[in-house]
Design a protein around this ligand. Sequence first.
Ligand SMILES: [Zn+2]
Length: 67
Amino acid sequence: MNTKTMKPRKSSGRQQLTPTTPRPSTEMLRQWMFYEGGCEAIDGCWVEPDGHCPHGHPSWLLYLGMI
Ligand SMILES: [Zn+2]
């Protein structure tokens, strides 16, 4: 008889941030990284390439693990 039926529960304490804007093209991301000195956050705000917007969303470059 199997009594170990409990599955590990995922902690829901951390907020999952999902992009609210379409993913920019790779060319766009390169431009931001090398020329603009800024980057769009995944919710459309303009932030530092390695920064987060006031709403807690990371830049696309951060989100995609490019920096
Ligand atoms: Zn924002």
